[in-house]
Design a protein around this ligand. Structure first.
Ligand SMILES: [Zn+2]
Length: 418
């Protein structure tokens, strides 16, 4: 009898230790430039601003167990190229660089992180400012790791309902699914909520003289106000052209801060509704893998951007670019990164072939190489002229799909709850 007790106590201790091993932490830094800088909504010169609405932030959610540490990072910019991401990775000691996933929210009202040509033989990017952003992003990751606390996760996927997004090229061709990963502390209260949803935060855009996180700022404020802790938004497959539905009664975009607030709050409420009843995963298994893939650069537009940038984007001859792809299993969810703006049909196909009970795509993550189209879409509809021109080339979509699904097939599957 006594012996059985010892074994039982031993088993309980092991189980408790396993539970206590999983930790999560989140940290934020504000990166609104002071004084304000011009903002970029795409290739070309930046536009002057004279005010801000909300603050630009960089955020890091760190997940850790005894073996693995992973950081999900989100930044309020149009894109965050790996040349900057690698500076950040070099400043983080506690997490391997390949386990740091850096995504951009894709706000169209923040300073240029690429060094786009400004048409006057230079660029409007402010390299000193970008250095300070890298510093603060690394600080956020280091702080999130340092304060990681024992946590369980609630993970859920559902349709985000209401007037949030639509496809500006063809109304209903978008993915309304929203996935949520919420970290719950030992006190039973959530302290971090990750929202994964595909949308262009371009309600305000770059033409109104405003620096802003767009609808993502009000999303974060609302999550915090509702007791969901610190929010972090990771975009999805929002290319060609899934955008924020801020259409007024006449069908034209309203482009107001009130619409940013309405959409941000609605997305926040929907995310919390979706995750509310999810079971708590006490010691979710955590795996993070990385591999490098490369794409030919056929687009003249993107070649010119890479060649002109003072940041050193791409390779010297700009004929090919390589980038980091990540696959993360956490609990019953699987996450795959996309280094750009995949069209929603690619998103559906990848999610359908992934192996989690929840499949998340982190778009614009680790790099943002423009739009990602399959070859049957590339150069097709007149409507696709712009996204074809700003796609690396005709093969981009197929290369991504093939490499991503091989990665999925060659990696372990996440655990199952059902
Ligand atoms: Zn875009």
């Amino acid at each position: 009898m006594k012996r059985t007790w010892h074994i039982l106590v031993g088993v309980l201790l092991i189980v408790t230790a396993a539970h206590a091993e999983f930790r999560a932490g989140i940290a934020v830094r504000a990166v609104t430039p002071d004084p304000l800088l011009p903002v970029s909504g795409g290739v070309g010169p930046s536009r002057a601003v004279d005010k801000k609405l909300g603050d630009l932030t960089v955020r890091a959610l760190v997940l850790a167990d005894a073996q693995t540490k992973v950081a999900f990072v989100s930044a309020d910019f149009l894109g965050f190229p790996s040349v900057l991401g690698n500076k950040v990775r070099a400043l983080v000691k506690g997490i391997p660089g390949e386990n740091i996933l850096i995504g951009a929210t894709h706000t169209h009202s923040a300073p240029d992180c690429y060094g786009f040509p400004n048409g006057k033989g230079g660029t409007d990017a402010d390299l000193k400012y970008l250095d300070s952003v890298c510093q603060r992003m690394a600080e956020a990751i280091n702080e999130a790791l340092a304060k990681a606390q024992p946590a369980s996760l609630k993970i859920a996927t559902g349709e985000a309902k209401g007037k949030i997004a639509f496809n500006a090229y063809a109304d209903r061709l978008y993915d309304p699914r929203c996935s949520v990963i919420q970290a719950v502390g030992a006190d039973g209260k959530p302290f971090a909520t990750l929202v994964n949803y595909a949308v262009h935060p371009e309600v305000l855009g770059s033409g109104q003289g405003v620096c802003s996180p767009d609808l993502i700022g009000p999303l974060y404020d609302h999550l915090a106000a509702k007791g969901a802790g610190t929010g972090i938004f990771m975009n999805g497959a929002q290319g060609g052209m899934v955008t924020a539905d801020n259409r007024g009664p006449d069908g034209k975009d309203l482009r107001t801060w009130a619409e940013c607030e309405r959409i941000g709050r609605l997305l926040g409420d929907e995310a919390l509704r979706i995750v509310e009843k999810a079971p708590e995963q006490k010691s979710p298994r955590l795996i993070c893998e990385a591999r490098t893939i490369s794409f030919p650069v056929d687009s003249q537009t993107l070649r010119a951007v890479m060649a002109a940038s003072p940041l050193g984007l791409g390779t010297k001859d700009t004929a090919r670019v390589s980038t980091q792809l990540n696959l993360v299993n956490v609990g019953n969810a699987q996450i795959l990164t996309i280094p750009g703006e995949a069209l929603p049909n690619i998103g559906y196909y990848l999610k359908r072939n992934m192996r989690g009970e929840h499949n998340l795509l982190f778009g614009l993550t680790n790099d943002a190489f423009g739009y990602i189209l399959t070859r049957v879409d590339w150069g097709s509809f007149k409507r696709y002229d712009y996204v074809s021109r700003t796609c690396l080339g005709e093969k981009t979509g197929e290369i991504l799909i093939e490499e991503a699904l091989r990665f999925v097939a060659e990696s372990p599957a996440p655990e199952k709850l059902k």
